[in-house]
Design a protein around this ligand. Structure first.
Ligand code: TXE
Length: 504
């Protein structure tokens, strides 16, 4: 055991420096070095995490490679893999409170949000366990009738996964649950801001009976650990969640050895409210879209497109609710917004507030660090009005509690503004007009569209982006296909000799 984390309701701080999990063993970094994980609410270091290097990555990939090439996992009957995954799901249920508390310490998100996520984790493993014994293959009705042709779906091999800090274990589940079901082996590099939950999670994976080497965790930063992982020739597939700039670097590095990459990147998602919408529900959805999780979510509804007849009333409601948001200790269940996750993130968000003011947008509320938290990493819920879609605060991902409100007239203009973005992750549409809904949905350039709702995601529904928001899909059966190769098999049945110089 690497850490002695306390149970629910008590302090989850590990007492000793943590160790990584490689090939079924707990190990320090080769260098012996560690780095601090900082609790963003207290500003204090609360855990020491191994600072890995390329040598540790190589150990982890070799362990995963050996587990894949020689180990039982890919050859095991799907039903047996499913049994182990369900054991993992039950253990995750038992440890949900503790995992939630660890995540709050690591990234400062609300306990009420992280407790919900921790409660959902087992369902990812249950859902994909249900698919593990149904992967099989398919007989093809080929026009080449002298052949019996079928296709097999096989695990892609060793997965190198890199995740972000905003929903740490959930982003792992998006990747690991389908990868395990497919029979893949896995090396995870969690964000350097939130490594602790991944290490505690590894203990639970081992306890569930996942064979040694199938799941490995290496910790450290992007350049020294992430880059060697995605560049490693022993990695067959890369799965990444993070920023666009890093996603592009990751895709280039993986391209050097032609590993396929799935990328779940940023967004600047429009929340489009028409004059005929239920305005109370819409205002609530707008608040959920941008102030939940302090706006630190890839699907944040950071652009509010408001139809002119209801623009002022909607802004008034959203601003009113924003001013009532309870800021405070993320562990307190009454709190609605905690601190941002780390100091650089706070600097970035405050920088964008300066940009918005400089660009001529009008600050309707917020824009400051609330005084009562001293130099804590808090940002007031912020709403800019009179935003033009060409402004930087309407085009760039801020990843904080900053809403840009843009007025529009009619459906055509709504669509044109909504799609005028480098991103295409999600969109919300608020209207009572069912015909409008069906006109809008096919025209919106986004991987997820919510109608009269916002920020709902589930393990059984594919999730991913258009344009600079990335490619590939996570969750649902489409998420499973990311971890499978297709092998076509031709069995000659006639026994005839064919012309060796003719195709087919
Ligand atoms: O992201 P990075 P950061 C956006 C958001 C945020 C900004 C910075 O706008 O403000 O990114 O966050 C690893 N090779 N999003 O710095 O750099 C890194 O160690 C391989 C939005 O955390 O993308 C971490 O594990 N890996 C996004 C992961 O990549 C590398 C969620 C993400 O880090 C690497 C997160 C490299 N060269 C950030 N460099 C969303 N939309 O959900 C870094 N990493």
């Amino acid at each position: 055991m690497t850490m002695t984390a306390a149970k629910a309701g008590t302090d989850p701080s590990p007492r000793d420096p943590l160790r990584m999990f490689i090939g079924g063993e707990w190990t320090e970094a080769r260098s012996g070095r560690t780095f601090d994980s900082i609790d963003p609410y207290t500003g204090q270091a609360w855990a020491q995490v191994p600072e890995a290097s390329a040598a540790d990555v190589d150990r982890a990939v070799s362990a995963a490679r050996a587990a894949f090439d020689e180990g039982p996992w890919p050859q095991m009957a799907g039903v047996e893999r499913a049994r182990i995954m369900r054991r993992l799901a039950r253990l995750l249920e038992e440890n949900a409170d503790e995992l939630a508390a660890i995540e709050v310490r690591d990234n400062g998100k609300l306990l009420r949000e992280m407790a919900g996520q921790a409660a959902l984790l087992p369902e990812f493993y249950d859902y994909f366990a249900g698919a593990a014994d149904k992967i099989g293959g398919e007989v093809l009705d080929s026009a080449k009738t002298n052949f019996f042709v079928y296709q097999l779906f096989e695990p892609v091999g060793v997965v190198g996964a890199i995740t972000a800090w905003n929903s740490p274990l959930m982003l792992v589940a998006y990747k690991l649950a389908p990868a395990l079901a497919a029979g893949c082996c896995f090396v995870l590099k969690p964000s350097e801001h939130t490594s602790v939950s991944a290490l505690r999670f590894a203990e639970i994976v081992a306890e569930a009976g996942v064979p040694d080497g199938v799941f490995n965790v290496v910790t450290g930063d992007g350049p020294s650990v992430g880059e060697p992982l995605v560049s490693h020739p022993g990695v067959d597939k890369v799965a990444f969640t993070g920023s666009v700039a890093t996603g592009i670097r990751v895709a280039k590095a993986a391209a050097e050895h032609l590993a396929p990459v799935s990328l779940e990147l940023g967004g600047k998602s429009p929340n489009v409210v028409f004059a005929d919408a239920d305005i109370e529900a819409a205002a609530n959805g707008v608040v959920a879209g941008i102030f939940a999780a302090c706006g630190q979510t890839c699907v944040a509804g950071s652009r509010l497109l408001a139809e002119r007849p209801i623009h002022d009333e909607l802004v008034e409601r959203v601003v009113g609710r924003a001013q009532e948001i309870i800021l405070g200790n993320p562990m307190d269940l009454a709190t609605e917004m905690g601190p941002l996750a780390f100091a650089a993130q706070w600097d970035k968000v405050m920088g964008y507030i300066d940009v918005g003011n400089g660009e001529g947008a009008e600050l309707a509320t917020g824009g400051c660090r609330p005084e009562r938290f001293g130099d804590g990493l808090f940002v007031e819920p912020t709403v800019f009005v009179r935003v033009d879609n060409s402004m930087r605060i309407a085009r760039e991902e801020i990843f904080g509690p900053v809403l840009s409100v843009i007025p529009f007239d009619g459906e055509a203009e709504a669509l044109s503004i909504a799609n005028d973005s480098p991103f295409g992750l999600a969109a919300g549409v608020w209207t009572r007009d069912v015909q409008r809904v069906h006109r809008m949905v096919p025209r919106l350039q986004a991987g997820t569209v919510w109608i009269n709702a916002y920020r709902t995601i589930n393990y059984d529904v594919p999730f991913g982006g258009y344009k600079m928001s990335g490619h590939g899909r996570e969750n649902g059966l489409e998420g499973l296909r990311e971890y499978l190769h297709t092998k076509s098999v031709w069995v000659e049945m006639s026994g005839a000799t064919r012309d060796p110089f003719k195709l087919g």
